[in-house]
Write a protein that binds this ligand. Structure first.
Ligand SMILES: Cc1ncc(COP(=O)(O)O)c(C=O)c1O
Length: 351
């Protein structure tokens, strides 16, 4: 057994809605607003696509998901040889860490960001430098200072989970100009479809300028397919070729590929999801209480409080399950009725 695994613990999913209902004696329905899933679900074409392929369940999927690869290549205008799929970004992060890191190597990322960058680096016995956030934002200057000869990967999360904050195109450009060209900068854009800020990075453009700028995207969030497990990285062809060697041959399921393909083809639905989310998000940021929130370019909001458990329980009492952090809670933006209830709680809460 690798000794370093003892420093880690298995993913804690939190209590199920049923267990929460029992524990807190809640009557009525509970809504899952803890994991930033798309409350509207996927495009209606997705179910049709899945149904059309139900007679193929006995067959392995086509390795490397070629149908979807071609569609993404056209959608993003990148060569298919630069795309690699995983069973969610979770597996993409795992594969990259596994392929690149050896004991004593270092990754640089931020405190309070997506935990899998850290987790997978520790599994590979690499060191992790986590630079503190500045007011919910990645401290790019601090990350540059943390880079040394051992640094093999830099992980950025834009917009950041759990704070929802983003770095701008100019900030990212200036950062990439100063990172040594041999170090891959992995830019996790799991929530990119929700971003509406005009100065949000055009990462595909940045990739043309910086060969070490790699991009990660997923079908789990705005595409509404968290249950299908499919995400991808767009990187330099040489890197993709190496990482592909360690990819489990049939890592992405057959139905997942067809579902993602149908979801990708329905861009008007993604536009609708983005607009509805932005409209609902605005309702939270119009509140006086928004001074307690980090700004958000995502489908979730991080609410800062010294009493996160009390806020979590108050939201639970109105049927909304959120996620507790040491200094706050993170709520997923839901349907208008759910948001209305959460807003009422926030307005009467003593932060
Ligand atoms: C920033 C970020 N990256 C990656 C992931 C993993 O996503 P996937 O469902 O594609 O594995 C998540 C999921 O919450 C996330 O928030």
């Amino acid at each position: 057994m690798k000794q370093q695994i003892e420093q880690l613990s298995a993913y804690e999913p939190g209590l199920s809605p049923r267990a929460l209902k029992d524990k807190y004696e809640i009557e009525g329905d509970l809504h899952k607003l803890a994991s930033n899933e798309n409350v509207y679900g996927p495009s209606t074409h997705v179910k049709e696509a899945i149904q059309n392929h139900l007679d193929e369940l006995q067959f392995y999927p086509e390795t490397g998901s070629p149908l979807l690869k071609q569609a993404i290549s056209e959608h993003l205008n990148v060569d298919p040889s630069r795309i690699l799929f995983g069973a969610g970004l979770d597996e993409v992060i795992l594969m990259i860490s596994r392929a690149v890191l050896t004991p004593g190597d270092k990754i640089v990322t931020s405190e309070m960001t997506f935990g899998q960058y850290y987790h997978n680096a520790i599994v590979e016995a690499a060191d992790v430098e986590q630079v503190p956030l500045t007011d919910g934002h990645f401290d790019l200057e601090g990350i540059l200072k943390a880079i040394d000869d051992q640094t093999k990967l830099i992980w950025l999360c834009n917009p950041n989970n759990p704070t929802g904050c983003y770095m701008t195109h100019n900030q990212l450009t200036q950062f990439l100009e100063r990172v040594p060209a041999q170090i891959p900068v992995l830019i996790d854009e799991a929530y990119v479809e929700y971003a509406t800020a005009e100065d949000f990075p055009d990462t595909l453009k940045l990739q043309q300028q910086f060969e070490n700028a790699f991009l990660l995207r997923t079908f789990s969030k705005a595409y509404g397919l968290a249950g299908m497990r499919i995400g991808y990285v767009v990187a330099a062809q040489e890197s993709i070729e190496k990482w592909n060697i360690i990819r489990p041959p049939f890592n992405v399921g057959r139905l997942s590929e067809y579902a993602a393909h149908a979801a990708l083809k329905d861009q008007s639905y993604i536009q609708e999801v983005r607009n509805r989310n932005a409209e609902e998000r605005e309702k939270f940021f119009e509140l006086e209480e928004s001074k307690h929130f980090y700004p958000s370019q995502t489908n979730f909001i991080y609410v800062k409080t010294d009493k996160p458990q009390a806020l979590f329980e108050a939201l639970l009492k109105v049927g909304c399950i959120t996620r507790v952090f040491p200094q706050g809670i993170r709520l997923t933006i839901g349907y208008p009725e759910q948001n209305e209830k959460m807003i009422q709680v926030l307005q009467s809460f003593e932060f």
